[in-house]
Structure formats: C-alpha cells, structure tokens
Design a protein around this ligand. Structure first.
Ligand code: GLV
Ligand code: MN
Ligand code: MN
Length: 397
C-alpha cells in the first residue's frame, strides 16, 4: 500500500449526498448518466486514497484491489451506486461505503491478507434505465448477453450502445468477463434491509438466507386512438380500461397466491388528456417465495387481460449456501438470519456458483426504493464492524 487515508462514515456519506439528486425527491442515479459518472469518479478517488488499484471490467463494474487480483480466490465486498428513480440514499451506496471503511480498519492492522480483497461497485443494479435488474452482474457472468444489453433502449430511446459511446466506452468491448469473475473466491454484499425484519428482531445486523424469486413483465395493451369528446362510449376501444383491469388483476392474483405484484410504471401513447390512448404499456413486478408461484401470478394477470406478458427480467429464487452463511453467523456471534424480497448482485453471483453471502443493516421504517429509506448512523457503523469481522475471518487463514 503506497498510501493510506482512513475515511469516516460521515465524510464518505457527505461526499455522496449531493450526487444525482432527483427533482421529485431522493436520487436518480441511472447507469452511464452524469450522476453515475460522478459516482464512478468518487469510487476511483476512494480507491486511490487507500492505494488500491482500480479496474473497470468489460461489464462496466468497478473493482478496487488490495493485494494482487491475479493471485485468485479473492474476498470481494461491495454493492452498487446506481438507484431507482427517486430512490433512497442507502440502497447500494451503504455496501460500497462500508466496504471501503472495512478495508480501512483492516489496513490499519498492518498485516497483508492471505487472500486479495476487493471492493466492487456493480453497474446498473436497479435496471432503472434499461429495465433489466442487476445488469452489471448479469453481463459479467454472461447471464445477460452483450448483444441484448447493447440494444436495450431507455425511455428517451437512447440505446445502451449509444450511451456507452457517449461516456467513452467501446461497445465492442462490453460483455461477459470471465477473467475478472474467475478471481472472485467469495462475495459478501452488505445492504440496508428493505423491510422491518431486523426491527422486529431488535437486531442492528443480520445475515441473508434467501432472495425470493422475482421478475419484471411488460404488457402491451393496444386500442384505437380517437377523440375524447366526440367518440361514443360504445364505439371506443380504450386500452386504459384493460390497464385498470390489469392493476386489479395483479393485486388479486398476488393476494390469491400469497405473493406480491406491483404495477409501478406505465407508458401511455399519445398521453393526451383529450384523446383515447392508442396504446398503454404496463410493467408488472411480481415476487414470491417460490418461482412457480411468481409464474402463476403472471399467468393469472395475463389471462385476466387477454394479453401476453413479455418477460424483461427474471431472477430465480436464490438460497445462499448454508456453509458460508453459517460461517458469517458464527463470526458475528449468532446474528439473525432472514430472507428478502429484494434482488441483489449477490444473488446473481450465487446463481452462477460464486460462494456469496449478504449482511443486512437495520432500517427503522423498512421503507426502501423511496426518499425516506434510512438507517441510523450507529447501525451503519455496526454494519461496518460486522463486515470487518467477516472479511478478517475470510481473508486471513
Ligand atoms: C432491486 O433492488 C429490486 O429488488 O428490484
Ligand atoms: Mn434496490
Ligand atoms: Mn440494492
């Protein structure tokens, strides 16, 4: 290590606070946006301040290294810096900040780890711009083919291929990166909890057992555009009625199956007050304990509106390997173990066989993907303590 500056939680959090604020509240930190590029610069600065070497893999994920990555079997921590539209401050950045702070504490002990350690910032975890969750880890692992990722377009019609060119990345280089993935021996992602599990258990930190199956589907509801004032009700073919049925069907199917389903995004064309729409596109996010239940919910919704569901993103249920999970629990003196309904890059890595685990930090309200997302400072610091303990346990034999 050439240089070593100890960061503080407050200073790092303060650096991030002003980046990518959304006019509607919270943060809008979409992949390859100006905010994302500023966050990437911040990541590189943090790594440099610690004397860590940085590389960006072929999928756009950033890695900061303590030790020689080519030695392999690395212990990797981190999360993501992007957000949903009007997202909270903690979902993602807490894991990256905690990763650097844990490295600071381990560096201060003055002993090189037996395994290289990395902090990673996965790219495009929320899929806020292109609709596919965990875009960076899916690309890295080859779960999402580059040909498909490059053609995805945002709401303004800008393809990822064009967005990459605009930020000086070569689209031809974009894709899976086996060389980087192969050096990852273990991945531990720290994340703010996105529910009230730890509040109810009265614990600041927990370990993940599983991620519920979840996905995103688009429904294209087509009608006949016409005048809102002169078209008799019986002559209308109004797709907004199907949209209304779809929302209710999603709620009812979720209730019937013991799942959750959400219509959080619609696009109306032409989106005029005084015109019957020609088309409504509705996106359904459905999640359940098991994958079959998610499929059943989506099939029921499709049957209710008589329209095919186009799958845009799918993540099968992930049960984190009990061996690693229990090792974390033991290292942390028996913290609670709990599942989550939120998706994570740790789930993608686990699904391709990378030993992966997660730590959760208590969220007093449980609110997430919203400006009110929060964690108390003391709980965040308890998370850094826990992550430090886990990294020490894994990286020093
Ligand atoms: C990502 O956070 C998701 O669960 O959608
Ligand atoms: Mn999220
Ligand atoms: Mn997240």
């Amino acid at each position: 290590m050439a240089r070593h500056a100890q960061g503080t939680f407050e200073a790092m959090w303060g650096d991030l606070a002003g980046i990518g604020r959304a006019s509607a509240g919270g943060y809008r930190r979409f992949v390859w946006s100006d905010a994302d590029m500023t966050l990437r610069e911040w990541f590189v600065d943090q790594a440099n301040a610690r004397g860590m070497g940085v590389n960006e893999d072929r999928a756009g994920n950033l890695w900061a290294w303590w030790g020689d990555p080519t030695a392999g079997n690395a212990v990797v921590t981190g999360s993501h810096l992007d957000s949903v539209p009007s997202g909270g401050a903690f979902d993602g950045p807490l894991g990256v900040v905690s990763g650097f702070l844990a490295v600071d504490r381990l560096l201060a002990a003055g002993r090189m780890p037996d395994r290289p350690i990395a902090v990673v910032a996965f790219s495009d975890e929320e899929g806020g711009r292109y609709g596919i969750a965990c875009g960076g880890s899916r690309l890295l692992t080859g779960v999402l083919p580059a040909e498909k990722a490059l053609l995805l377009a945002d709401d303004d019609g800008v393809t990822q291929r064009d967005a990459l060119r605009r930020v000086g990345r070569d689209p031809a280089w974009f894709g899976a990166d086996a060389e980087v993935l192969d050096v990852v021996g273990t991945f531990v992602e720290l994340h703010v909890e996105q529910g009230r599990g730890l509040v109810d258990l009265d614990a600041p930190v927990g370990v993940a057992s599983a991620i519920r199956g979840h996905g995103r589907w688009r429904f294209d509801l087509v009608g006949r555009p016409d005048h809102a004032g002169t078209t008799r009700l019986e002559d209308r073919d109004d797709p907004m009625l199907a949209q209304a049925r779809l929302v209710l069907a999603a709620r009812e199917a979720a209730q019937r199956h013991g799942a959750v389903a959400t219509v959080g995004k619609i696009r109306v064309e032409p989106n005029a007050v005084n015109a019957i729409p020609s088309r409504v596109q509705a996106w359904v996010d459905a999640r359940a304990d098991d994958d079959e239940t998610v499929r059943a919910v989506v099939a029921d919704i499709a049957a209710s509106v008589g329209v095919r569901a186009s799958e845009e993103s799918w993540t099968a249920r992930v049960d984190f390997a009990p061996g690693l999970r229990d090792r974390l629990v033991t290292a942390l003196d028996g913290v609670p173990v709990l599942p989550t309904g939120a998706g994570h890059d740790a789930g993608i890595l686990a699904s391709v066989g990378v030993p992966s685990a997660m730590l959760f930090v208590r969220n007093p309200s449980g609110v997430s993907h919203a400006p009110d997302e929060f964690a108390e400072r003391d709980d965040c610091l308890a998370g850094v303590d826990a992550l430090t303990t886990v990294l020490r346990d894994l990286a020093w034999e």
